[in-house]
Design a protein around this ligand. Structure first.
Ligand SMILES: [Zn+2]
Ligand SMILES: [Zn+2]
Length: 248
């Protein structure tokens, strides 16, 4: 027993016996504890994986590999039966290492790995984005700090242009400009003024906001507000033009 325990502390674990289970470096203390256990005790650990930490299970797996004891269908026994409120991970998502537990909920099997920090998370903690992108709660809350200076400038301009267009739109809606246009020439001129002061800035603000947006990382809510604000302005301008044209 003693001999075995000291062996496990000095000798690096080899994955030769069961190459499909890649086990990282095992904590020497844990490896020592696992060396004290019988084969039966080690195998029993995988019958109730929720009672053990991921590190302990890894150490047990390494010890079983060292003893050349096959772990019967390890992956199936480690994964607990899926709970109805926890949807299974998307089929195209990279498989999470068996025995990995959620960083926030140490008793819950992890279903995803955070794209940004690589932390494991369960279905409850998972923030899924289009394109099978997943982020943990702490990385989501950090997203607001993630805007670089250049993107921040783009976002500020997006807001300025949206505000500018809103003022132009308010003038249009209040009829302040409409009363000025009596002749056909004046109406044409008014059309150009609106194009320059409402549609142009809103379109520019929208494209600036979209430029500042990043595809595969979460974008701060403030950026989305800038984009949506400009989109609403463009949409309402188009709507007003359609109404104006049908009235003529
Ligand atoms: Zn993260
Ligand atoms: Zn969790």
């Amino acid at each position: 027993m003693d001999n075995r325990a000291s062996n496990s502390e000095s000798a690096p674990t080899s994955g030769l016996a069961l190459p499909e289970h890649e086990v990282g470096p095992v904590d020497p203390d844990l490896a020592g504890q696992m060396a004290e256990k019988s084969d039966r005790e080690l195998l029993d650990m995988f019958q109730s994986p929720d009672d053990w930490t991921a590190e302990a299970l890894d150490a047990a797996r390494a010890e079983l590999q060292k003893r050349n004891v096959a772990l019967p269908s390890a992956d199936e026994s480690v994964v607990p039966p899926p709970l109805p409120e926890n949807p299974p991970p998307l089929p195209e998502s990279p498989p999470v290492r068996a025995g990995a537990m959620c960083a926030q909920h140490p008793k819950v099997q992890a279903t995803q790995q955070c794209r940004r920090c690589g932390g494991f998370m369960c279905a409850t903690c998972d923030f899924a984005f289009p394109g099978n992108v997943h982020f943990c709660p702490s990385c989501i809350s950090k997203a607001d700090e993630g805007l670089s200076g250049k993107r921040k400038t783009l976002m500020i301009w997006s807001y300025v242009l949206a505000a500018w267009s809103t003022v132009g739109m308010a003038c249009l809606l209040s009829g302040a400009l409409r009363g000025m246009a009596n002749s056909k020439e004046e109406q044409t001129a008014l059309g150009w003024v609106l194009l320059i002061f409402v549609l142009g800035p809103a379109l520019t603000g929208m494209s600036l906001g979209i430029t500042a947006k990043r595809k595969n990382v979460p974008n701060p809510g403030t950026l989305w507000i800038a984009i949506i604000w400009n989109v609403i302005l463009v949409a309402s301008f188009v709507l007003l033009m359609v109404i104006g044209l049908t009235r003529r």
